[in-house]
Write a protein that binds this ligand. Sequence first.
Ligand SMILES: C[S@@+](CC[C@H](N)C(=O)[O-])C[C@H]1O[C@@H](n2cnc3c(N)ncnc32)[C@H](O)[C@@H]1O
Length: 409
Amino acid sequence: MMNSEDWLFMMTSAIERRIKQHVHAPVHTWFAPCSPGLEPVLARELASIEAAEITEIPGGVEFKGKLELAYRANLWLRTANRVLMRVAEFRSRAPEELFRHTKDVRWETLLPALPLRVEVSLHGSRMTSDSLIERTLRDAIRDRLDEQSVPRVREAVAEGPNQLLLVRLEENRVTLSLDTSGELLHKRGYREETAKAPIRETLAAGILLAAGFDGSAPLLDPMCGAGTFPIEAALIARRLPPGLHRSFLFEQWPSFKEATWRHLKTKALEQTLAAAPHPIFAQDLNSGAIAATRANAQRAGVLADLTLKAADFFSAQAPEGPAGWIVCNPPYGVRIGDHEDAGRLYGRIGSKLRGTYSGWRFAIVVPEPSFYGALKLPEESRLILPHGGLKIGVTIGRLSEQVEPTPAS
Ligand SMILES: C[S@@+](CC[C@H](N)C(=O)[O-])C[C@H]1O[C@@H](n2cnc3c(N)ncnc32)[C@H](O)[C@@H]1O
């Protein structure tokens, strides 16, 4: 007769074998959601980490690779919101079908011992009740795990990590995806101090990459706020992976390969640069913003790469040395000072750029379509991105070498 310890050992080894066979060995499909507009930038990032079959779809990029690729994606991607594993895709018109197909998934090889949070999104499916869909999924997963003698999955908790399972029903086609990231990837861990209207780290990195910034020339953010652009620029210039100092959900998965993860981080560190090859200037009118940038940059480990200065953009000179990139997210809000509206501010920004920064490449956030005309910049491309409930534009281009006379302000 087999005692309970022997039986448990046998079940555990059977699951370990299944993990090797069904999670470690095969090529999986992954999906990295991003802000709409950044798909081409994210696709280029994925190509640089050797993802296969990269396909842009609205709101993200799908790609293929083994489990290790998801580790690299979380470590390296600067513009993705998270990295999801596509776990199953099937057709289902009724709860019984949903139950059957869900129970077929090898959850015992995938789910960590964490509470499960289920998010349902419905797009023209026959089943219309989120709560019924969630209950059916939970029942199917519980039955499967019971049969495999795996402890039951608990309900989601407000505090602490949950395993997120995304369920998408589009015209009766069900896609089940598991999150590998945990906290969203824009939470790099460095930004504790914020100034007014900070831009998300993933958006800032996306704008820099879309403008072609690679650290091969200086960068200036003359209205740096809490320093998001300069810090992301320093991370790019030094080839520092944005996920180096944080933890991820996949580290809790039963399939986690700790040695592989350690090796990827060591390799990443070996190819970073000790310092940014060109100066990164962070300036702001407000000395509180400079203090916030300093504290954030210190936490990100890039303070030595930044040259910080409290300065008024309109009276400051261009930094000495070669032209580089100027990136800027000017204040939103309609009124700047007592008499000047934001449109006029954009007019002044445009003429200052044309007068002082000849030869510099630029990426300027434009919150209102009417401001492009006021800026009068030689635009080469434009990004349209979501930001704080608004759609913002980013005008990207290069200022001509010809210096315009600086108008009196
Ligand atoms: C929208 S915030 C920038 C947010 C920043 N990108 C971030 O992620 O934290 C605009 C910044 O412009 C600064 N500012 C406004 N007028 C300025 C001027 N004339 N010169 C320099 N900075 C200015 C404000 O102090 C504010 O920090």
